[in-house]
Each structure stands twice: as structure tokens, then as C-alpha cells.
Design a protein around this ligand. Structure first.
Ligand SMILES: [Zn+2]
Length: 230
């Protein structure tokens, strides 16, 4: 290599901590500890039981923003590790079957294709793939199924009451019937556990409506995990 100015290299390969910006090699020890905090149940979602790795603040928020707004692939990998950590916690609690014994299907919550293009790929899908890699490394069978997207023209839920917000999201779900049939057949054949994954839960409406729609199509989630609970 050689010849590449350090400043340019730093722009291409970000090395500062995606959780707090501290200079160094990736996630700093302090953020590492905070990102490993015990997950908590999200109160705004009645079903499925939804667990957040942390609050929408501190390193959890910073890593989400680094992935979504600054397109950092290292931050997407960290989101995957945090997601895998939450799944491991649920396995330890008995809420999710051990993926070494029962296969696991992770369903990324739907996003708009235009947002994914802008970010160089869907952040939640990337986080699911990284989480699956981490959980598979432990000897488990873990799949990721991107079965749904959000319609481009969907109106923003901001300002809508709870019922309207739910209707609005349900109307925007666009299932990929081919992928859906494939994953539903695999789940029926293997008895795999289904878990929905999202980055941030604000009202919980997306996780709830997406989960209900999946359940109606043969993919009934036992839980949902999010990185941060706003
Ligand atoms: Zn840090």
C-alpha cells in the first residue's frame, strides 16, 4: 500500500468508536460495556414481546446514526453484535429457543427501498446478517428472510393517532410472495423460531403491524428485538 495520506485513509476506514467518537480501533471499552447492558422489555408493544438492547441515547443511538446517516459498515456490524447479544439474552431467559437446538429465522422489519439505496443497503437487513453470522459462529442455524418492504408512497405516521398509525403501516407493507413462501416452508419444515428485528422502536407500531402480518402468513414471531427504544 503506502502513499495514502493518513487523513484520507481515516475517511475511507473509519477507526473512531461509532458509539462515542473516541479515537482508536473501533468500539471503545466504555461503549463495549454499555452496549452489553441487559436488554429491557419495550412497554409500548403489547405483542409480540419486544426487547430493546438499550435506550435511544448514548452509544445505542450513536451507533444507529453512524449506520444510517454516516453509512458506516463497521456500525452496521456493531448493530448486528448488539442484536445477537439481545437474542442470546432471550435464549438464556427461555423466551427464544437455543438456535443450536432449534433453527432461528430473523425477519428484518420493513424499510423503504429508497432509504436502503441512500444508505448503501438496508441497515436492519445488514444488522440481521451480522447477527446471524455471530449466532451461527456459536454453532447455531440462523437464517435471515427479507420478506417485506415499505411502499415508497407511504405517508409519514407523524401526527397520526395510534389506530391511524397502525392502519397506515399495515397499508404500506409490501410482501415479497416468493421469499415469503420459501421462508414459511422452511419454518414449517424445521419448526424454526421466528424473531422480528428492527433498529429503533418509537411507538412500536411498525414491529407490531409487521409481526401481525407475518403471523397471518405463516411466520409467527415469538419475540421482537430492537437496538434502541425511543
Ligand atoms: Zn465509545
Amino acid at each position: 500500500m503506502g502513499g495514502l495520506p493518513a487523513e484520507l485513509a481515516a475517511l475511507i476506514w473509519r477507526r473512531d468508536c461509532p458509539g462515542c467518537g473516541a479515537p482508536g480501533e473501533g468500539v471503545c471499552p466504555d461503549c463495549r460495556i454499555r452496549l452489553r447492558a441487559v436488554p429491557h422489555r419495550v412497554g409500548t408493544v403489547d405483542w409480540p414481546p419486544t426487547f430493546a438492547a438499550g435506550p435511544y441515547g448514548g452509544p445505542h443511538r450513536a451507533v444507529v446514526l453512524a449506520a444510517k446517516s454516516h453509512h458506516r459498515s463497521d456500525a452496521v456490524r456493531v448493530l448486528g453484535e448488539v442484536t445477537a447479544g439481545t437474542v442470546r439474552h432471550l435464549v438464556a431467559e427461555g423466551a427464544v429457543a437455543d438456535p443450536r437446538l432449534v433453527p432461528l429465522l430473523l425477519l428484518p422489519a420493513p424499510t423503504r427501498p429508497s432509504a436502503a439505496r441512500r444508505r448503501g443497503g438496508c441497515v436492519v437487513l445488514g444488522a440481521c446478517r451480522a447477527a446471524a453470522g455471530s449466532l451461527t459462529a456459536g454453532g447455531g442455524t440462523v437464517r435471515v428472510g427479507q420478506v417485506c418492504r415499505l411502499a415508497e408512497g407511504a405517508r409519514d405516521s407523524v401526527g397520526l393517532d395510534r389506530v391511524r398509525r397502525r392502519e397506515n403501516i399495515s397499508a404500506a407493507l409490501r410482501f415479497d410472495t416468493g421469499t415469503l413462501a420459501q421462508q414459511a416452508a422452511w419454518v414449517a419444515r424445521t419448526g424454526a423460531t421466528v424473531v422480528v428485528v428492527d433498529d429503533v422502536s418509537t411507538t412500536g407500531a411498525t414491529v407490531r403491524q409487521f409481526s401481525l402480518a407475518c403471523a397471518a402468513r405463516g411466520l409467527r414471531p415469538v419475540a421482537a428485538v430492537v437496538v434502541a427504544d425511543a
